[in-house]
Design a protein around this ligand. Structure first.
Ligand code: 13P
Ligand code: ZN
Length: 268
């Protein structure tokens, strides 16, 4: 019997994760096992789930994350494919419980699927978000071809160069990714250095670029995190399409973007 049985809200949220996993594959952003998703599901957890015994050993996270005491997450499994997560989420991901010491976890359902290798970054991000009182529950890491390609040019690695360029391609990106795109210099995948650099950038941005690797986005739910990356990628597509037609796109002016910010009450 799955943990999802008769739990409407939990089933709905995991269903959205599966839906987004399918989009990532369709977008071409999820080669093999590329990308990962974690979702803070603590609000959907009932007493019966709290009493469920572990189906794994006790696993160290590698650091203490004080805001995660007793929290529950759905995590994509390491080495699992997004296209498989889309069809069978509970076979390609699992639910974990953070233990009271805040530095270990156990898997509780449905199967002992080992969580993503980027768990350190994901959990550090969740810990940071809870600590600052945010409503964000979803962390998405994915490999969008167009955005990653842009990080292979040093000019785009300068602070906020990509943010302004991508915002200027279409009003939607300014509106729906209003905090822009942070840039994190290349760091070893799965490392604590990458995790630390990511949480530093979350202060300013909802989406951060891991140079020559992929993006990491946060949101209240997984759809919102996906939409932020999708709008940025749309802008990158417009930029690349104009370039392939042989011209440098003009972009909206700073005045036009300011007008949009004021009209829609967007953050600076
Ligand atoms: P996992 O399969 O461990 O989630 O890793 C995929 C990935 O994109 C690493 O950055
Ligand atoms: Zn990756």
């Amino acid at each position: 019997m799955s943990i999802l049985g008769n739990r409407f809200e939990l089933e709905k949220q995991i269903g959205e994760v599966a839906e987004v996993a399918g989009y990532l594959w369709q977008k071409g952003w999820a080669e093999r096992n590329g990308g990962n998703i974690t979702l803070n599901i603590t609000d959907t957890v009932d007493d019966e789930i709290r009493k469920m015994s572990a189906i794994s050993d006790i696993v160290p996270i590698g650091r203490k994350l004080p805001h995660l005491k007793g929290a529950y997450f759905f995590c994509k499994g390491t080495n699992m494919r997004m296209r498989d997560l889309a069809r069978r989420p509970m076979e390609n991901g699992s639910v974990i419980r953070i233990l009271d010491d805040c530095s270990h976890y156990v898997i509780i359902a449905d199967r002992p699927v080992k969580p993503t290798s980027e768990l350190a970054s994901h959990l550090s991000m969740h810990n940071y978000l809870i600590g600052k009182g945010s409503d964000y529950k979803a962390v998405l890491h994915t490999h969008p071809t167009d955005l990653i390609a842009m990080t292979h040019h040093p000019a785009f690695l300068e602070k906020d160069v990509l943010t302004y360029l991508l915002w200027s391609m279409i009003p939607e990106t300014r509106a729906f990714c209003p905090r822009g795109l942070g840039i994190i210099p290349y760091a070893l995948p799965s490392s604590f250095d990458l995790a630390d650099a990511t949480i530093r950038e979350l202060d300013e941005y909802d989406v951060v670029m891991w140079e020559k690797h992929g993006v990491c986005a946060v949101g209240e739910n997984i759809m919102e995190a996906f939409d932020k990356v999708d709008t940025l990628s749309k802008s990158a597509q417009i930029y690349l399409t104009a370039q392939s037609m042989g011209f440098e796109p003009q972009g909206m002016s700073r005045e036009q973007m300011d007008e949009l910010r004021i009209a829609f009450n967007l953050p600076k």
